[in-house]
Design a binder for this molecule. Structure first.
Ligand code: F6P
Length: 344
């Protein structure tokens, strides 16, 4: 191993810089040069790179985002791009590539590996959504949950003062992990997730019962991917991204309108949006990301290509990338049932 590349793809999340730092620190320690690929797979298509050394990663541990930039570029959107990726990998004289990403970035990595184009790839799982299979947690999730929890705590006090219903829309795509964790942590009265279609009458019933026992305010946490029993997921626009995803968002507003109509309780909505993805990573995410980065380098050194770092319990283990990208990891219903004990 003389030279490796590292890239961050897909939506950014807190902790990406901690992985980059760990990869570079461990590589320098083992006398390996590191090339940073800019903006995910786009950088490998365009040969847009930057050399990384100890100075480039100094001070980045607490910084959100990614010093390499990111994009949702899918090399499989265009056949020529796959060729360019393979050519540039050779041109750059890379012996291995660390791909840090979620379902999309690692899905592309998996396809590249399967095509036997000579790319030695190891993976690191990231996403605030925590929806990747084959790892108990992805880094970024804990920070997003902490941000959402703090926001809901703040909404609690204003909701109570004004005797209002507060609907809080959180991210998470088609999995309700952020909603369940932040809702549980903040004592939300109702948590609505994509895994279970919303029964509006049930929701209103909970709110009315709370009112009847003297609680004139309530907090509803709704995941952006949640939908009514009778409806579809709510989207911001019809356009799909390069990986075929729609932009979710808007369920909070519709839900607030319906709740107000049916209960006559004054209702407001807050959409947390990208705030959940920005800023400094939590200590948990910094440690997890650092452990993942070091594990990725162990995989590189032992030539375990096609594998990614993963968290199993409190152990960092290795799993095949293919196992992580095949199926979405949705909310464990035992956890949701537990959360339901605290509804109302
Ligand atoms: O996957 C992370 C995520 O933040 C989702 O929770 C959200 O649906 C999506 O990315 C938003 O994507 P974008 O940043 O492209 O608007």
């Amino acid at each position: 191993m003389e030279q490796i590349g590292v890239l961050t793809g897909g939506g950014d999340c807190p902790g990406l810089n901690a992985v980059i730092r760990a990869v570079v620190r461990k590589s320098v320690h083992d006398n390996i040069k590191v090339i940073g690929i800019k903006n995910g797979w786009k950088g490998l298509i365009d040969n847009d790179t930057i050399e990384l050394d100890l100075n480039s990663v100094s001070g980045i541990l607490p910084k959100g985002g990614t010093i390499l930039g990111t994009s949702r570029t899918n090399p499989y959107k265009n056949k020529d791009d796959v060729k360019k990726v393979a050519e540039n990998y050779k041109k750059l004289k890379l012996d291995a590539l660390v791909a840090i990403g979620g379902e999309d970035t690692l899905g592309a990595a998996n396809k590249l590996i399967k095509e036997n184009l000579g790319l030695n790839i190891v993976g690191v799982p990231k996403t605030i959504d925590n929806d990747l299979s084959a790892t108990d947690f992805t880094f970024g999730f804990d920070t997003a949950v902490n941000i959402a929890t703090e926001a809901i705590d703040r909404l609690h006090t204003t909701a109570e003062s004004h005797h209002r219903i507060m609907v809080v829309e959180v991210m998470g795509r088609h999995a309700g992990w952020i909603a369940v964790y932040s809702g549980l942590a903040s004592g939300a009265d109702v948590i609505l997730i994509p895994e279970i279609p919303i029964d509006l009458y049930e929701v209103c019933d909970v709110l009315k019962k709370r009112k009847a026992r003297g609680k004139g305010f309530s907090i509803i946490v709704v995941a952006e991917g949640a939908r009514f029993k009778s409806g579809q997921v709510v989207t911001k626009e019809e356009k799909l991204d390069a990986f075929g995803h729609v932009r979710l968002g808007g369920i909070g507003e519709i839900l607030a309108e319906e709740v107000e109509k049916l209960t006559k309780f004054e209702t407001r909505v807050t959409v947390l949006g990208h705030i959940q993805r920005g800023g400094t990573p939590s200590a948990f995410d910094r440690v997890l990301a650092t452990r993942f980065g070091v594990k990725a380098m162990d995989l590189v050194m032992s030539k375990k290509f096609g594998y990614m770092a993963s968290l199993a319990g409190n152990e960092i283990v290795e799993v095949q990338i293919e196992k992580a990208v095949g199926m979405l990891k949705t909310v464990d219903m035992r956890l949701y049932d537990l959360a339901k004990i605290f509804f109302g």
